[in-house]
Design a binder for this molecule. Structure first.
Ligand SMILES: Nc1nc2c(ncn2[C@@H]2O[C@H](COP(=O)(O)OP(=O)(O)OP(=O)(O)O)[C@@H](O)[C@H]2O)c(=O)[nH]1
Ligand SMILES: [Mg+2]
Length: 394
């Protein structure tokens, strides 16, 4: 009995270590600056995270001055570089997805040397979809559907391509839902928390979306730096806020992330801001710390208004391929993730991961990132994405 319990604990520990690796890969450089976090939460931290009263948070807020930027700063920003929309959306995405689609298109050309569809061809097609990172379950599902009415019949490369595009579009259509950040009837800000592991593109994505809202749609937007662990992270977000022409709320490095969120919300409400973005830290020592921090942000916001936050967007880096599945699973355990943004589809041969994610989790995919520039974020269009991925014409 004792032995069994030990074994169970060991398995739990292994699971925890595995999950911590997803959050913070062991080969990544050390976190800077070193945080005061310990592997386990101390009594003080537990108090701070779970029992701190609203008064204590407010007290803390009053002590720390908040650097701020205003919309006017945009006029001084000489470096602003907004590339012109030279190509249509489809060709830009196709270009962005070229590595992924090359893999599938070239694979198909190599594959279809026979005329009739047999089991070997179906198996090879399944392998091809797995290498393109659709994931084994989704690949099997697509191939089964494809083989159903065609087995033993003549088949052409073009027919396979179109059938694949259709199956993929069928999987993607239910999740392709743009995030509209709708104007609240109560006149209060629409609050979005952006989460994701280190380096996936959270800050860049906020900058891109905020720019679109503030500059193109002319909707007052504010950005808050609740990633308080690295000075560079705060500065990077400030640069993006400046480009987007948005007010920026931050506190000193090492400040309480929830306090930044609290203060930003108060300010956004007071200024008639329509959309507030809260950037969060991707890199904490382990899952327990990250979860504690994110939970506290949500708890503090909910004290202001039960309906907060209105969106929790999980950013995923397509180049991580299958690891993205683990990230979704872990973040879904931690938070009520309302939708996904998949970045770096331009530099990845793993664009197929989007299809696997849609099939496995059914979470809305709001946007995709196809570059580092301000205009390189696009609403997610199921049919266009499917066509681009398999190299079919739109
Ligand atoms: N090619 C490409 N690069 C991107 C895209 N989105 C973000 N990046 C780059 O990815 C790198 C990391 O982006 P960040 O926005 O700093 O990522 P983050 O999630 O905020 O990272 P942390 O704050 O360290 O957790 C930067 O160099 C970005 O320019 C994209 O869609 N395509
Ligand atoms: Mg960041």
């Amino acid at each position: 009995m004792v032995f069994w319990r030990k074994k169970k604990n060991a398995t739990e520990q292994e699971k925890q270590e595995q999950e911590d690796k997803v959050i913070h890969h062991p080969e990544e450089p050390e976190i800077e600056p070193p945080t005061e976090y310990e592997a386990e939460l101390s009594e003080d931290q537990k108090h701070e995270i779970f029992e701190e009263t609203e008064e204590e948070i407010i007290e803390e807020l009053e002590e720390t001055p908040v650097p701020e930027m205003t919309r006017e700063i945009i006029e001084e920003d000489e470096e602003l570089d907004v590339p012109e929309e030279k190509q249509g959306w489809f060709s830009r995405m196709t270009e962005g997805l070229s590595k992924s689609s090359n893999k599938i298109t070239q694979g198909l050309t190599d594959l279809v040397t026979k005329k009739k569809l047999d089991q070997d061809l179906l198996d090879e097609l399944e392998d091809l979809l797995i290498t393109a990172d659709l994931g084994p379950k989704t690949a099997a599902k697509i191939v089964e559907e494809f083989g159903k009415d065609r087995f033993g019949k003549d088949i052409s490369e073009e027919e396979i391509r179109l059938a694949l595009a259709e199956s993929i579009a069928n999987i993607l259509t239910p999740v392709a839902k743009p995030q509209t950040f709708e104007k609240r009837e109560d006149g209060k800000p629409f609050v979005t928390i952006v989460v994701g592991v280190n380096g996936v593109g959270k800050t860049t994505t906020i900058g891109k979306v905020a720019h679109d809202l503030q500059m193109t749609q002319k909707r007052p937007t504010m950005i808050a730096a609740a990633d308080t662990f690295r000075a560079a992270a705060i500065e990077q977000l400030e640069v993006w806020a400046k480009r987007a022409g948005c007010p920026f709320v931050s506190k000193e490095i090492g400040s309480d992330a929830a306090a930044v969120a609290f203060e930003a919300y108060e300010k956004a409400k007071a200024e008639g801001t329509e959309v507030l973005f809260i950037d969060t830290a991707g890199r904490l020592h382990n899952k327990a710390n990250l979860m504690a921090e994110l939970e506290k942000i949500v708890r503090v916001l909910k004290k202001q208004d039960e309906t907060l936050p209105h969106a929790v967007l999980l950013v995923l880096d397509a180049t991580t391929g299958q690891n993205a599945f683990e990230q979704v699973r872990i973040f879904k355990e931690m938070m009520n993730v309302t939708g996904l943004i998949v970045t770096k589809l331009d530099g990845s041969a793993k664009g197929g991961v989007v299809v696997g994610l849609a099939d496995e989790f059914g979470l809305p995919i709001h946007m995709i990132g196809v570059g580092e520039q301000i205009g390189d974020l696009r609403p997610f269009d199921a049919q266009d994405f499917a066509n681009s991925l398999v190299g079919a014409n739109s």
